[in-house]
Design a protein around this ligand. Structure first.
Ligand SMILES: NC(=O)C1=CN([C@@H]2O[C@H](COP(=O)(O)OP(=O)(O)OC[C@H]3O[C@@H](n4cnc5c(N)ncnc54)[C@H](OP(=O)(O)O)[C@@H]3O)[C@@H](O)[C@H]2O)C=CC1
Ligand SMILES: O=C(O)[C@@H]1CCC=N1
Length: 291
């Protein structure tokens, strides 16, 4: 039986779990909720100090089996016992979930969202005054420790709260602090970014297959190339334009290929794509904030 003693100081009578780790509740465990959950466990959290909510019993069983965490379908009960509450649902479901748990939170409970678009003010309007709140934009490579998360504090979040979020996410990859006004752009770049890279990978694999390479070979070459190029950019710190030049011999093959990409408007299409993602983020939040 789990008993709550004082806020942030809880004992688990059945497991003897360490009592100094803040209890974490992940409400809504789809793709990103499970990613955060995985990261928290990888950061060393005792699974018994983590509760995940799932509406479907099969999903709850999967989470228990794969992660050893406790599960419930009761968001209010999960939020009531937590020191840190992670909101992992879609933006359209966030308002209702925030209102549902608001009355159950104990003073000082840190609330974190991973939802795109919605401002800290959106949540703060629905949460008890003074609730510490942090907005996070992660991405799917966070599930294997190679992600990037951008975090921004709400009005009541202190340095200590930001440091706790950094600790919780440390095993998911890079964690950077950004001004909240930049979160829509971050969502468009790194939040959605893995999808653009998979799109490019798919296109490279398809082109290789079209040229007669075995499908599996084309796919391995494409993946290893994207990974290697990203690591080269990271490790050298050189501007991508310089690195691109180093591949492009005068009168050679690469420059002929890049000319086709320019002719196809690929660079402009990337700019338009990210601008569209950012605009959608703004539109989505305006819609939901007006409801
Ligand atoms: N996917 C991504 O790459 C990224 C997503 N995000 C953000 O993460 C959030 C979640 O997105 P994503 O994980 O992709 O979506 P998913 O649909 O995979 O996950 C949402 C989960 O929330 C559950 N859910 C919905 N309502 C409730 C509720 N009232 N109580 C408990 N659980 C509930 C759903 O359950 P059920 O299965 O029963 O419907 C589902 O498991 C979004 O806000 C998104 O903006 C941020 C960065 C990147
Ligand atoms: O597509 C979406 O809305 C979410 C937010 C960022 C990545 N996926």
């Amino acid at each position: 039986m789990t008993t709550v003693t004082t806020h942030g100081q809880q004992d688990d009578a059945t497991t003897g779990a360490p009592s100094d780790q803040p209890r974490v509740a992940v409400l809504g465990t789809g793709v990103m909720g499970e990613t955060v959950l995985t990261g928290v466990l990888a950061a060393g959290w005792d699974p018994q100090r983590v509760v995940a909510t799932a509406r479907r019993s099969e999903r709850a069983a999967e989470l228990r089996e794969q992660h050893g965490v406790r599960t419930t379908d009761d968001n209010v009960a999960a939020a009531a016992e937590a020191d840190v509450v992670v909101l992992g649902v879609k933006p359209k479901d966030i308002g209702a979930l925030t209102e549902q748990i608001a009355g159950a939170l104990r003073p000082g409970t840190l609330v974190i969202t991973v939802a795109v678009g919605l401002s800290c003010a959106f949540y703060e309007k629905r949460l008890p005054a003074g609730t510490p709140f942090v907005r996070v934009m992660p991405n799917t490579p966070s599930s294997i420790g190679s992600g990037v998360s951008a975090i921004s504090p709400g009005v009541a979040a202190t340095e200590e709260h930001l440091a706790l979020v950094e600790t919780l996410l440390a095993s998911t990859g890079l964690v950077i602090r950004v001004a909240e006004k930049d979160q829509d752009a971050v969502g468009a770049l790194s939040g959605s970014g893995p999808a653009y890279v998979f799109y490019v990978l798919d296109a490279l694999s398809e082109a290789g297959t079209l040229m007669g390479l075995p499908r599996a070979t084309a796919s391995r070459l494409a993946t290893a190339t994207v990974l290697g190029a990203a690591r080269l950019a990271e490790e050298t710190g050189e501007h991508p334009a310089i690195l691109r030049e180093k591949v492009s011999s005068p009168g050679g093959t690469t420059i002929a290929a890049l000319r086709e990409l320019d002719r196809g408007g690929v660079r402009a299409a990337f700019v338009d794509a990210l601008t569209a993602a950012k605009a959608r983020s703004t539109e989505l939040s305006a819609q939901l904030e007006a409801e």
